[in-house]
Design a protein around this ligand. Structure first.
Ligand SMILES: C[S@@+](CC[C@H](N)C(=O)[O-])C[C@H]1O[C@@H](n2cnc3c(N)ncnc32)[C@H](O)[C@@H]1O
Length: 268
C-alpha cells in the first residue's frame, strides 16, 4: 500500500498500532486500513470500545482541569497518543495560560503529528521515547527545558500502563517519575480492566497480541497499588465515569461498562 504523507518511513504499514487504532475509535484520520480492520474486529467482541475511548478522553479533561484547580501548571503526559480534540495543553493552557506540557510517546505517527500541532507553542513540546525508561525521559532536552523540578508536576498516564505487560515494570515506571517530582505533584492514571467483561475481554486481549502493544488489563487492587505511598484523591479508584462527573446528568447507571479504572493521587 502507498505510504500516507503523515506516516514516517519507520512505520510498518502492515501491522496495527495501538495509537492508530485508538485514533480510529475516536474518529481521527491518522489510521491505516490495517488499523481499521483490527478495530472493527475488536468491536465484534466489544462494541462499546469507541464509547470507552471517548469516556477516557472525558476523564482526561476532568482530571487535568482538577489538577489546574489545585495549582498544577506543568504536565508530563506519558503515552500521549495521536493528538485529537481536547489535548492536555489545550485544556491546561485554556484554564491557566502559560501552563507547560511535555508529551511523550513511542509511536512515530503520534510524535510527528504532535510536532505539527505544537508548532509555535513555546510552552509545549513532544518527545519520541519509551516511557518505561524514566531516567532517559527525565534527562531529555524538551523535558528539562520546559519542566521546573522545584515545582509540582502532573504526571499523566492515560490508557498506557495496560500496554506494559510486566506489572513490576509498570510499578517501577510510575515510581521512576514520582520519585523525581516534588511533594504536591500528582499522578493521574486510567487503566483497562476486564473484571466484568469475561470472554469478550479475552478475545480483545488475544487480538492485541498482534500489535506492538499487547494489552494487559488489571483489577482494581492492582491499579490501586500503582499509587502506593501516594494519597488517593476522592473518590479513589473508580470506573471512569464515576471519577468526579461534571454534572448529575453525567452519572452513569453502569459505569463498569467503561472497563477502565480512573485514579488521581497526590505525592505527600
Ligand atoms: C490508547 S493510547 C492513549 C493516548 C492518550 N494517553 C489518551 O488516553 O487519550 C496509548 C498510547 O500509549 C503509547 N504507548 C504505549 N506504550 C508506550 C511506552 N512504553 N512508551 C511510550 N508510549 C507508549 C502508544 O503509542 C499510544 O499512543
Amino acid at each position: 500500500m502507498e505510504r500516507p504523507t503523515w506516516a514516517p518511513g519507520e512505520v510498518d504499514l502492515e501491522r496495527p498500532s495501538a495509537a492508530r487504532v485508538y485514533d480510529y475509535y475516536l474518529g481521527g484520520y491518522h489510521n491505516l486500513a490495517v488499523d481499521r480492520e483490527f478495530a472493527e474486529q475488536a468491536m465484534l467482541a466489544m462494541p462499546e470500545l469507541p464509547l470507552i475511548m471517548r469516556t477516557n478522553r472525558a476523564f482526561l479533561r476532568r482530571s487535568v482541569r482538577y489538577l489546574v484547580s489545585q495549582g498544577i501548571r506543568q504536565f508530563l503526559d506519558l503515552g500521549s497518543g495521536i493528538p485529537t480534540v481536547g489535548n492536555v495543553h489545550e485544556i491546561a493552557q485554556g484554564a491557566a495560560p502559560g501552563s507547560r506540557v511535555v508529551y511523550v510517546d513511542k509511536d512515530p505517527v503520534a510524535v510527528a503529528h504532535s510536532q505539527v500541532m505544537l508548532d509555535g507553542n513555546d510552552n509545549a513540546a513532544v518527545l519520541l521515547a519509551d516511557m518505561r525508561d524514566p531516567e532517559s525521559v527525565l534527562a531529555a532536552e524538551p523535558v528539562n527545558a520546559l519542566l521546573n523540578w522545584s515545582e509540582p508536576v502532573g504526571v499523566l498516564m492515560f490508557a498506557v500502563l495496560h500496554f506494559v505487560d510486566d506489572y513490576e515494570v509498570a510499578q517501577q515506571t510510575v515510581r521512576g517519575y514520582l520519585d523525581a517530582v516534588p511533594t504536591g505533584s500528582y499522578l493521574v492514571v486510567s487503566h483497562g480492566t476486564h473484571e466484568t467483561v469475561g470472554e469478550r475481554g479475552k478475545q480483545v486481549e488475544r487480538l492485541y497480541t498482534r500489535t506492538d502493544n499487547p494489552f494487559t488489563p488489571r483489577n482494581q487492587a492492582q491499579v490501586s497499588r500503582l499509587a502506593d505511598g501516594l494519597e488517593l484523591v476522592e473518590p479513589g479508584v473508580v470506573y471512569l465515569p464515576s471519577w468526579r462527573p461534571d454534572s448529575p446528568e453525567e452519572v452513569e447507571d453502569h459505569p463498569e461498562r467503561s472497563s477502565t479504572y480512573a485514579m488521581v493521587a497526590r505525592k505527600v
